[in-house]
Write a protein that binds this ligand. Sequence first.
Ligand SMILES: [Fe+2]
Ligand SMILES: [Fe+2]
Length: 327
Amino acid sequence: MDTALSTERLEVMQHVGKDLNVLMAEYLKPIEENWQPSDFLPDSSDENFLSEVKLLQESCRELPYDYMAVLIGDTITEEALPTYESWLMDVIGVNQVEEPSSWAAWVRSWTAEENRHGDLLNKYLYLSGRVNMRAMEVSTQFLIADGFDIGTDRDPYRNFIYTSFQELATNVSHRRTATLAKKFGNPHLSKICGVIASDEMRHAKAYKDFVRRILEVDPSELLLALEDMMRKKIVMPAHFLRESGVKMGDTFSHFSDAAQRLGVYTTNDYIEILDSLLIEWEIGAVRNINERAEKARDYLMALPDRLKRIADRTRIPELQYEFSWIK
Ligand SMILES: [Fe+2]
Ligand SMILES: [Fe+2]
């Protein structure tokens, strides 16, 4: 990103960031009132702990293979939070040294809320008795070490477009694993996935609001950023996922196949998220933009239908892959 553009981005971030206290109060919850992982887990200091774990394990016994794979992949994705926090800290307009109580405070507080997701799911999976924890932990460490390549640069516009999309995607997948857990007779796990899903929705609303505010002051550049992100396609944050002895990213494709087979996150969901963002940001109605941005807008408005035609032709592999994570 060239210097002139960076300076403009910085100004817009300062403009949007002036309401940050209000935005944080609206979209994040006070820590002491927030749910914590232990609210949903057996208390190990309780004398009934072992019998509760036994019940928990019984309720996990019948969870299908693909379901376990998806839940583990979702957990690892949440546990790679250090990657996401450090990435966002480096975005133009985020400055933890000179402005620790501005955008950096948002990133820290968002991270604090997100941190509970991996924490809760990891402990649950550990207790479930279905998981090869060591294999899973190796994948988590690999994923954090490998990082990701999401094509957002240090651009706040591209990054907030990305997080808007991603929070919606994780909302969909946690919501679906919640619904399926209930169907498979595990209301406890359903509740766990459900509370996480509702956090993701709250976060999605925040990032969508940030983008909306940017759109008000810099519509042409925002449209160009959105076009660029959609041309490159939004990659999942765990796209480099691997297991021991497996090539970087290969485990991710198997995980994503399992999610497609199960209907937890599909190509259709991707298109629906895009569609919902175009509607919410009223992209089709954006006016007073330059010629390039007009072209970007037209490309974007035609994109969902184009993607739908391609999606109809893609086939999901039926073959189940054997993950090292599952016992
Ligand atoms: Fe999360
Ligand atoms: Fe999230």
